[in-house]
Ligand binder design. Structure first.
Ligand code: FAD
Length: 513
C-alpha cells in the first residue's frame, strides 16, 4: 500500500463520540471508498517504546480511543541503563507515576552529564526533583505501558505497521500481515528507522554515523583493582571507553569499534576482545556475555512532524548520539507535548492551529538537543584540538552559571516555548511548588489545564470542563496568577479576567455553552 495524503484539514474536527469500539483483532476492511472501515479508533500509535506508551497514556486521560501497534512480540530484553533527567521526572510527578518509577531506579546527583565532564551539579537547580534517576530502559517501558493499559489503551504486540493511506476523515493503517485498521490519526513512534516517517516521505536530513561504539554486558576474568587502574589511564585519552560493575559479577563494557558498520548484526564477543586489546592492551578476560550491541552517532531531524493526519514523535522524528542521555527523555517529552493537543483536536475543542504548535514547539527543542550532542561528541574526540577545547570547557564549568546552563540544557528544564512577549516565566514550565492542597504537580494528574489564582478574584468560567481552578493566596509565586497548560508550561501570567479569557480561548478553545 502506498501512502497518500489529503490536504491538511483547515478546521477543527468534530468529536465523534457515537462510534463503538469493535472487536479489534478481527477487524478487516478495504482501504477506501464506501466500504472503508469504520473509525474504530481515534488514534493508532505505531510503536510501544517509551514515546508511544507515554503518548497512549496521555491520550487516554482525555478518553481518546487509542490502539498501540508494536512490532515486537515480547518487551525488549537487553538492559540499557538510561537516565531520567529532571524534566522527565517532573512529568512523572505530574501524572502520579514518580513514586512507582523511583522504586526501580537509583538517584544520582544531576551533574557531570555534559560530555561526561566530571563536575558536580550546579547549586540550587530550580526543581523539586533535582536529581538523575538511573533506571533500566525495559523497566521504564514496562511501567509506561502498564500505565497506558491501566488508563484503557489497547496494545497489540507482534503487529508491524507496513503501510497507510490518509483521507479527509482518517487514516487506514495496513499491518504486515495485510490486516487493515482505521483511525482518525496515526502517530509514528516507531523509532529511528521509522516506517511511518519513510512512508510519509518526510525528509530526515543530517549526518550519518562517523563513529561506532560497542556496548554490552559480560563477566571479566581479572580483579576489580586491575580494571580500575587500567581504566583511569585509558580514559585520559579515550572518553568512549569504560568497564563498570553492573552487579553479580557482570560488567557493562563500552569500547570504540574499529569502524562504522550497517549495524545489521550485533557484534561478537571476539569483536569486544579485539577492541579491548587494541585500546587497553588487554581484553580483561571478558567472557559469558549477557547481550552485545553497538550504536552509532548518526544525527538527523525530520523536516516535518506532521503531514495531515499523520504525526511523528520520539526517535522517529530525531536521532542523535546518546551523549548526555537525552533521547528517551526527549521522546517522552514530545509525547507529553502532543498528547493533550491531539486529544483536544479529537474531542473537538482544539483552537485553530493548536495541533501545529506541536511541531512549532518541539522541532526547535530537538534541533538544540542535536546540536548539544554534536558538541559533546567533539568533546569526546581523542584529537588534540577537541581535547584542548575540552580542557578549556572543564575550566569554564567551574563558573556555576556555565555549569548550570549546560545542565539545564541536558535536563530540559531550561526550555522556554515562544508564546510571544511577556515575563520570563511565560512559556517555561513551572516547578513543583507547595500549594495549600500539597504539591502543585499533584493537581495535574488528570492532564487538564490549571489556573493558579493568588488574587482569588478570577474564574475559568466556561472552560471549567477543561481547566481546573485553584485559589491559593499563599502559593509560592512572585506573580498574581498563572494559567498552566496540561503539560505544566505557563500559558499566561496576570490578574485581569478579560485578558485571561483571551488566553483561555487561545489554548483551550471556545467556552462551553
Ligand atoms: C547506548 C544507548 C544509550 C542510551 N542512553 C540513553 C539515556 O541515558 N537517556 C535517554 O534519554 N536516552 C538514551 N538513549 C536513547 C533511547 O534509548 C531512545 O531515544 C529511546 O528508546 C527512543 O524511544 P522511542 O519510543 O522514540 O523509540 P524506540 O525505543 O526505538 O521504540 C520504537 C518502538 O517501535 C517499534 N516499531 C518499529 N517499527 C515498527 C512498526 N513498523 N510497527 C510497529 N512498531 C514498530 C519497535 O519495536 C520499538 O518498540 C540511549 C540509546 C543508546 C543506543
Amino acid at each position: 500500500m502506498h501512502s497518500q495524503f489529503a490536504a491538511e484539514p483547515s478546521s477543527n474536527d468534530t468529536a465523534e463520540r457515537d462510534l463503538t469500539v469493535g472487536d479489534v483483532p478481527g477487524l478487516r476492511s478495504p482501504a477506501s471508498g464506501a466500504d472503508r472501515a469504520p473509525l474504530v479508533f481515534d488514534v493508532i500509535i505505531a510503536g510501544c517504546g517509551p514515546t508511544g506508551a507515554m503518548l497512549a497514556a496521555e491520550l487516554r486521560l482525555h478518553d481518546v480511543r487509542v490502539l498501540v501497534l508494536e512490532k515486537g512480540t515480547e518487551p525488549k530484553s537487553f538492559v540499557r541503563i538510561v537516565g531520567l533527567h529532571i524534566r522527565s521526572l517532573e512529568l512523572m510527578a505530574m501524572r502520579g507515576l514518580l513514586e512507582r518509577i523511583l522504586e526501580h531506579g537509583r538517584r544520582r546527583p544531576a551533574g557531570g552529564f555534559f560530555a561526561a565532564i566530571p563536575k558536580p551539579a550546579p547549586k540550587g537547580l530550580d526543581s523539586a526533583h533535582a536529581y538523575l534517576l538511573g533506571i533500566p530502559q525495559p523497566v521504564i517501558e514496562r511501567l509506561l505501558e502498564e500505565h497506558a493499559i491501566e488508563l484503557g489503551a489497547q496494545v497489540r504486540r507482534g503487529c508491524a505497521v507496513a503501510g497507510f493511506e490518509q483521507d479527509d476523515e482518517g487514516v487506514t493503517v495496513e499491518l504486515a500481515d495485510g490486516e487493515r485498521l482505521r483511525s482518525r490519526y496515526l502517530v509514528g513512534c516507531d523509532g529511528g528507522r521509522s516506517t511511518v516517517r519513510k512512508l510519509l516521505g518526510v525528509g530526515f536530513p543530517g549526518e550519518p554515523s562517523r563513529t561506532e561504539t560497542l556496548m554490552g554486558e559480560m563477566e571479566v576474568g581479572v580483579p576489580q583493582e586491575e580494571i580500575t587502574a587500567g581504566m583511569a589511564e585509558i580514559r585520559e585519552t579515550h572518553q568512549r571507553f569504560w568497564l563498570r560493575p553492573f552487579g553479580e559479577g557482570v560488567y557493562s563494557v563500552v569500547v570504540p569499534a574499529a569502524g562504522v558498520s550497517d549495524r545489521a548484526e550485533p557484534p561478537t564477543l571476539e569483536d569486544f576482545k579485539q577492541r579491548l586489546r587494541a585500546i587497553a592492551g588487554t581484553d580483561f578476560g571478558v567472557h559469558s556475555p549477557r547481550w552485545l550491541s553497538r550504536f552509532g552517532d548518526a544525527t538527523r531531524l525530520a523536516e516535518r512532524y506532521r503531514v495531515g493526519r499523520v504525526l511523528l514523535a520520539g526517535d522517529a522524528a530525531h536521532i542523535h548520539p546518546p551523549t548526555g542521555g537525552q533521547g528517551l527523555n526527549l521522546g517522552v517529552q514530545d509525547a507529553f507535548n502532543l498528547g493533550w493537543k491531539l486529544a483536544a483536536q479529537i474531542r473537538g475543542w482544539a483552537p485553530e492551529a493548536l495541533l501545529d504548535t506541536y511541531q512549532a514547539e518541539r522541532h526547535p527543542v530537538a534541533e538544540e538537543v542535536l546540536d548539544n550532542t554534536r558538541a559533546q561528541m567533539e568533546l569526546l574526540s581523542t584529537e588534540p584540538g577537541p581535547r584542548a577545547v575540552r580542557r578549556l570547557l572543564t575550566e569554564l564549568m567551574d563558573f556555576d552559571e556555565v555549569n548550570r546552563h549546560l545542565i539545564e540544557k541536558i535536563t530540559a528544564i531550561g526550555i522556554r516555548y515562544d508564546f510571544g512577549e511577556g515575563p520570563d516565566l511565560l512559556g517555561r514550565r513551572l516547578r513543583d511548588i507547595d500549594v495549600e492542597q500539597g504539591h502543585l504537580y499533584g493537581l495535574l494528574h488528570r492532564g487538564r489545564g490549571l489556573l493558579l489564582d493568588r488574587t482569588e478574584r478570577l474564574t475559568v468560567g466556561g472552560w471549567s470542563d477543561r481547566v481546573d481552578y485553584l485559589a491559593d493566596p499563599a502559593a509560592v509565586l512572585d506573580v498574581p496568577c498563572v494559567l498552566l497548560r496540561p503539560d505544566g508550561h505557563v500559558a499566561w501570567i496576570g490578574d485581569d479576567q478579560q485578558d485571561l479569557d483571551g488566553h483561555l480561548s487561545r489554548w483551550f478553545g471556545e467556552p462551553a455553552g
